[in-house]
Design a protein around this ligand. Sequence first.
Ligand SMILES: *Cc1c(COP(=O)(O)O)cnc(C)c1O
Length: 361
Amino acid sequence: MSKRAHNFCAGPAALPTAVLERAQAEMLDWNGLGVSVMEMSHRSDEYVAIAEKAERDFRDLLSVPSDYKVLFLQGGASQQFAEVALNLLPEDGVADYIDTGIWSRKAIDEARRYGAVNVAASAKPYDYFAIPGQNEWKLSANAAYVHYASNETIGGLQFDWVPQTGDVPLVVDMSSDILSRPVDVSQYGLIYAGAQKNIGPSGLVVVAIREDLLGRARSVCPTMLNYKTSADNGSMYNTPATYSWYLSGLVFEWLKEQGGVEAMEKRNRAKKDLLYKAIDASDFYTNPIQLANRSWMNIPFRLADEKLDKAFLAGADARGLLNLKGHRSVGGMRASIYNATGLDAVEALIAYMAEFEKEHA
Ligand SMILES: *Cc1c(COP(=O)(O)O)cnc(C)c1O
């Protein structure tokens, strides 16, 4: 057995060891076929079965209604920033965006290249430590859609509620909290999630789109970025990211074996409760986010003296607690604790934090 570290990376993030072992076992010879999944035609019966099973399991996990298409696309979540606008924002229309941090702002900047964007609400007045309630939002009368990010991976800020937009389609960047707990897909027009946080390898992005939103793309929209092209071709208009799709399918199977998103919610709640409790109980570590908006997945924290950051990270590395350095724009530390990061990893981190505090406080 090779040694597996406790990996707190924000993304590409830890994958379940059981999934990697299965991929390893199937690497050279998938199911007696004598070839790797990487070497199969995406049009072959075998690969199509792999792809369809992944989609079925994803649909099962989130109870995706039958009038939604599930797409396995490329370009990551960042490509969706443009794709959403090119498909859903008419040239003379306006889209409402909610600014809660770096990722939602990137989506805003990209959408502005294609049309009018109304930033209907911003967490800026709260220093990005809290999400403004919908009573503070200034939504447009005729928005083509409302876009928000359910979890800000860098700031550690997460919605604990779903915006209510009536007939206006709700579009969400769910990259860093999809499959971490149940969601009611029917409340959304479109959900997208880059795979490398809670789904699988990077480069892939999974999209769930309500069928009535297909076929609205602008004429200049590249064929490859038109949701209808992808939907009509089963996400195989061109060669899809076959291996990433397969590996994501293994993660979905693993999630089902673990008890699905309900079980994940329980486990994730226990993990984040434990870590926030440890942070709040100490005068040495702090997290600035308003309690209700604290992320379950990405937990930034600061040490009492940032001159100790280097020593903290070095000690963590020596104990196999990896990738705790905060995003360069925020500083401090960040522990990302997605589905594949177990309670044991969180416990090991907390034990180290207590030890470090004792030595340095
Ligand atoms: C990581 C992340 C992205 C960017 O994903 P890429 O696949 O690198 O484009 C976008 N939004 C959120 C919320 C993220 O966490």
